[in-house]
Every structure is written in structure tokens, then in C-alpha cells.
Design a protein around this ligand. Structure first.
Ligand code: AMP
Length: 569
């Protein structure tokens, strides 16, 4: 393997690469950089996808070839999305930070055009643009492409998928006839061949075997679970590894938003990314994701295309995509820059064939894994908790507080105390992680059999309080357990919504808990608890219609309702 020095790059560029910590060229850089530098001018095709280092593969030779003393636009880089354009421009700017006269500007749709027009008044040699916005700027005479010598079409297949064929044709018509075109694409559909035929002369071609790279760094896995249990199954994975950071891909914008809303209501740190959100909302979501203030980005394929976020441990496929390329793009968000990653698919029992199809077409091997059980979560929680205790620095006030507690806890032996502490941890976990049913299914198992195994030991209830009342799930279970006089561990999953909540309770201890809430009132509001089995069982006609008796609120309810809602880690 060569190093950057052998590729023909200049000393200022080598200095920058050292500063950026780029030690060795990636395969596409190793092949493309010397070729583009020595054969200039040449048309070029790079078959590579995001994550392979393709931006540097074209960006480094580009800055060497551009004349920074000339103040006019010499190169345009076209990108399918604003996010990709911004990332590309950022990388180019980092490569040019020691070339003071070389200016890179990025322009994209969905943002105010006026500041972009103003920025372009500065001498600019490289413009990174989304096609639609560049057309707009050309028609307003805010850019002049007459002296453009280099055109880079980045993620060309994606630009064509997004309907940018005409804008690209038009933009190219504004550039020099003898300009060179460098095209990067993950795939080579017929429309790309047309562009190559129409606009390129004897192009040099370099392909990097991205599949082999994926095989090495990405573990492809799947779980089999009912469609309705995909979300509870995802929660188990999130709970098992609270430090994981990933993207979950969904098929539609609606599904993306619904899942995000549900997980947000449950207190998970997630954000949606899809085309129905405004550009400002998408930018904010990306900022939060990049700053690691959330665990999971939930996205459609199009919205997530080209996102350059390193250190993702997981990619989840809520539903597998129909296109093979989409799966490759999705899984390629993890396992980047030599790091290991997991691409996990949730499939229902009838979707087994999709896995074998992907395996045979993409030449990858999928491993079937189990949805973690509640026992797995308990073991991991206690292990993390023990590590936390070991690594906690003792607070200076602890000694004093310990003195005052000693009297209260003196009856307990050390073992007894630890057992109780463990129990409080586990109680909290049960409330967070939902019911304890086995969420795994057998591939192809008959539907009826599968349904029978679902929630068979629990009854589902509705209660007319929610997050609006300042409740956490823990608060709610405390309250319910106190009023119903049932142990907290008898409660299963709690689904906390804004105005209401649903909870599961072990059938064995449920002797009609609705009645126990008759007459309970919080801050003058009557509490209503009704059976709600969501079609699992016929709804009882004798359900309370929500006109409970008035009465005094009991102590437990009042105490717990005051506690504020906490966010999960
Ligand atoms: P790209 O495929 O161009 O989107 O690049 C993916 C990521 O890899 C970017 O964050 C780059 O900064 C980084 N990168 C590209 N080439 C190298 C390299 N040779 N060494 C280390 N990091 C790199």
C-alpha cells in the first residue's frame, strides 16, 4: 500500500493531510489521485460510494490543478442533496485551509438565495452546488460558468434518481466545451451510461470493491419478529446498549415520523429525517445527531443519502428495502473508516426469502440473532450499574448523609442492602423496557400460533393521564401499584402518551383493577382506568364511560404526579 507522498501531491497538501490525520490513502484515492494529476486533462469515472474517501480522491487533485491566482470559477462539484453538498464543501475547505486565495462556496436549495448570491461575489474558484439551485443562480446571472474547466458529478446515480437529469444537461451546456468531467457513482444504471456517452471522451475508469469492504467491517444480522413487535424489539436493542448510536431506515415518511413520535413519547433520544420536514428542521436534526445529543436517527433512504457521520455502531432496517443498492447504501452508513459496525434487519416470519436474496446477490452472509430477553437486559443493566458504582467519585457530602441514614438502614446486612438496590434498578428497567414477553418468532410459523404467543399473560389498560401531567413511566407505575395494591413488578410495558397512557398488567393479579380507581381524583380531575386490549380481545361492553365518582385523591398519586419527566440516557 502506498502513502500520500507517492501519489504526486504537493508539499502544502501533504502538510494538510498530516494535520487532518489522513495517514494512508484509501483504495479509490490510491488509484484516482495519481491518475487525475498526471493525465490531466482527462475525463474520469469513479465507481465508489460515500465512505470510501471519494471526496478526497477528487478534491485533492482538484486543488492541485486549480490556479488559485485566477479569481474566476474553475470547477463545479454537483451534489444531490444539501447535506452532501455541505459535507463535500467542508472537506474541500479543510483541504484548502493553507491556500489563502483559494475559495470554495457551497450553494443549495431550500435556503435563502440572497446570502448565497452575496457570497459568490467573492473571487471563488470552486462551487459546490445542488443542481436546481445552480440553475437558479445561473438564470439570475449570479454565477458565470464560462471558464469552468472541471465538472464533478458526485453521487451521479442519486442525482438522476432525484430527477436532476435536465438541470445537469443545462448546467453542462454553460461550461467550456473542452472541460473535463469526473463522475462518481455507486452504481452504473443506463442513464449514467447516457451521460458518459454524451459528455465524456475516453474516460479513465476506477472501481473500488466496496462490497468486499462491507463484508469485512459490517456484520449483517437479522431478527425475526412480528411486524407489530418490531418497535418493542428495537427498544430492547436500544436498552441493551444505551451507548449505541445509529440510523434506522424506514420505508415511508409517514412510518418514519410515526416511529419517531412513539419512541420520543417513550423517552428515547431519537429524531426523524425525511422529506416532509423543512430544511431548517432537517438541519437541526443533523446537528443534534452529529453532536451526539441523541441515540438514533430515523430516516427514509432519500433523506439519509450521503450523510457523513462517522462512528455509527448500528444501522437498523425497520423494513428491508426492495432495491439491493438501497441495502448497500444503508449498511454502508456503519463500519466506516476501519471501524466495525452492525447492520440489523427486523423481518417478519414471512420475509425470510428477502434475506437469502440479499445474501446471494450481495455476496454477504447474514447472521440470525435473537431479540434480547428481559433477562439479558437485567444482566446488562446490573453490569453497567456495577461499573458506574465502581467508577463513581464519592461526593464530599456523602459521609454526612451516610451518618444520618445509618440509623434508618441499620437493620439491613450488606447483602440485603445490595439486593434491595438491585431490585430498585430492575423495577425501573421493567418499567422502561416494556413487557417481558419473548419477541422472537420462528420463520414461517403460522400466524395463529404466533398471535397466541403474544401478550398471553397480560391485560392491557388505558389510563387518562399522560406526560402532560408531568409523569414518567416510573411515576405512573408507582401510582397504579399503590392505588391497585398490586406489586410493581406485576406491571409490564407502559406506553406513555401526551394525554393518556396504556399499561400491561399480569393477568394473575388483575382482579378488575378499573374498580379500584373509581373515586380517585388528582387535582380535581377524575382518574379513569379502562381495559383496552386493542383487538386482542373483544372490548368489554361494560366498560366505564369515563364518569368516575369524585373522591379525595390518595397520597401516592399526589406525591408521584409532582415528579418531573426525566429523559432516558
Ligand atoms: P467520503 O467517502 O469522501 O465521504 O469520506 C468519508 C470520510 O472518511 C470523511 O469523513 C473523510 O474525512 C474520511 N477520509 C477520507 N479519506 C481518508 C483517509 N485517507 N484517511 C482517513 N480518513 C479519510
Amino acid at each position: 500500500m502506498s502513502n500520500f507522498k507517492d501519489l504526486g501531491l504537493s508539499e502544502p497538501t501533504l502538510q494538510i493531510l498530516e494535520k487532518l490525520g489522513f495517514e494512508q490513502p484509501t483504495p479509490i484515492q490510491e488509484k484516482a489521485i495519481p491518475l487525475l494529476l498526471t493525465k490531466d486533462p482527462t475525463d474520469f469515472i469513479g465507481l465508489a460510494q460515500t465512505g470510501t474517501g471519494k471526496t478526497a480522491a477528487f478534491g485533492l487533485p482538484l486543488i492541485e490543478l486549480i490556479d488559485e491566482d485566477q479569481p474566476h470559477v474553475q470547477a463545479i462539484v454537483m451534489a444531490p442533496t444539501r447535506e452532501l453538498g455541505q459535507q463535500t464543501a467542508q472537506q474541500l475547505e479543510s483541504f484548502t485551509s493553507n491556500r489563502k486565495k483559494l475559495n470554495v462556496e457551497v450553494v443549495y436549495g431550500g435556503a435563502n438565495i440572497v446570502p448565497q448570491i452575496k457570497a459568490l461575489k467573492k473571487p471563488t474558484q470552486i462551487i459546490v452546488a445542488t443542481p436546481g439551485r445552480l440553475i437558479d443562480l445561473i438564470s439570475r446571472k449570479a454565477v458565470n460558468l464560462k471558464k469552468v474547466e472541471y465538472v464533478i458529478l458526485d453521487e451521479a446515480d442519486e442525482m438522476l434518481n432525484m430527477g436532476f437529469q435536465e438541470p445537469i444537461d443545462e448546467i453542462l451546456s454553460h461550461t467550456l466545451d473542452h472541460r473535463v468531467t469526473w463522475l462518481f457513482s455507486a452504481t452504473m444504471p443506463n442513464e449514467i451510461r447516457r451521460i458518459i456517452k454524451q459528455y465524456m471522451v475516453a474516460p479513465e475508469e476506477v472501481a473500488v470493491n466496496t462490497k468486499q469492504q462491507s463484508n469485512k467491517d459490517i456484520a449483517h444480522q437479522y431478527v425475526v419478529t412480528k411486524t407489530a413487535n418490531k418497535l418493542p424489539a428495537l427498544r430492547r436493542f436500544l436498552d441493551l446498549q444505551p451507548d449505541m448510536r445509529g440510523i434506522m431506515f424506514c420505508r415511508t415518511k409517514r412510518e418514519t415520523q410515526q416511529i419517531t413520535d412513539e419512541l420520543t413519547n417513550l423517552g428515547y433520544g431519537v429524531e426523524a429525517l425525511h422529506g416532509d420536514l423543512s430544511q431548517a428542521q432537517r438541519d437541526a436534526a443533523m446537528r443534534r445527531f452529529k453532536s451526539r445529543s441523541m441515540q438514533l436517527l430515523i430516516a427514509t433512504d432519500v433523506a439519509a443519502r450521503g450523510i457523513d457521520v462517522n462512528d455509527l455502531t448500528h444501522v437498523f432496517n425497520h423494513t428491508l428495502p426492495d432495491q439491493l443498492e438501497s441495502y448497500t447504501h444503508r449498511s454502508g452508513r456503519t463500519g466506516r473508516a476501519g471501524k466495525k459496525g452492525v447492520s440489523l434487519a427486523f423481518i417478519n416470519p414471512r420475509e425470510g426469502r428477502k434475506i437469502s436474496h440479499l445474501e446471494s446477490k450481495l455476496k454477504v452472509t447474514f447472521e440470525k440473532v435473537e431479540v434480547p430477553s428481559v433477562d439479558d437486559l437485567k444482566a446488562s443493566r446490573i453490569n453497567n450499574w456495577a461499573n458506574l458504582i465502581l467508577n463513581t467519585k464519592v461526593d464530599e457530602n456523602a459521609e454526612e448523609l451516610l451518618q444520618s441514614l445509618q440509623g434508618q438502614l441499620k437493620e439491613l446486612s450488606k447483602d440485603e442492602l445490595i439486593k434491595r438496590l438491585i431490585t430498585t434498578q430492575l423495577d425501573h428497567l421493567m418499567v422502561q423496557s416494556g413487557g417481558n414477553e419473548d419477541l422472537n418468532e420462528t420463520q414461517g410459523k403460522p400466524k395463529k400460533q404466533r398471535e397466541e404467543s403474544n401478550n398471553s399473560g397480560e391485560n392491557r389498560y388505558f389510563v387518562n393521564v399522560g406526560t402532560i401531567d408531568g409523569l414518567t413511566k416510573g411515576d405512573l407505575v408507582h401510582f397504579l401499584a399503590d392505588i391497585a395494591q398490586v406489586k410493581r413488578k406485576s406491571f409490564g410495558e407502559v406506553i406513555l402518551k401526551k394525554n393518556c397512557a396504556y399499561f400491561y398488567i399480569d393477568k394473575q393479579v388483575d382482579s378488575g383493577i378499573s374498580k379500584k380507581f373509581e373515586g380517585i381524583e388528582i387535582d380535581g380531575r377524575a382518574i379513569r382506568v379502562n381495559r383496552d386490549d386493542e383487538g386482542n380481545k373483544p372490548k368489554s361492553s361494560g366498560k366505564s364511560k369515563g364518569s368516575p365518582h369524585k373522591g379525595k385523591a390518595r397520597r401516592a398519586g399526589q406525591r408521584d404526579f409532582k415528579r418531573s419527566r426525566k429523559r432516558r440516557r
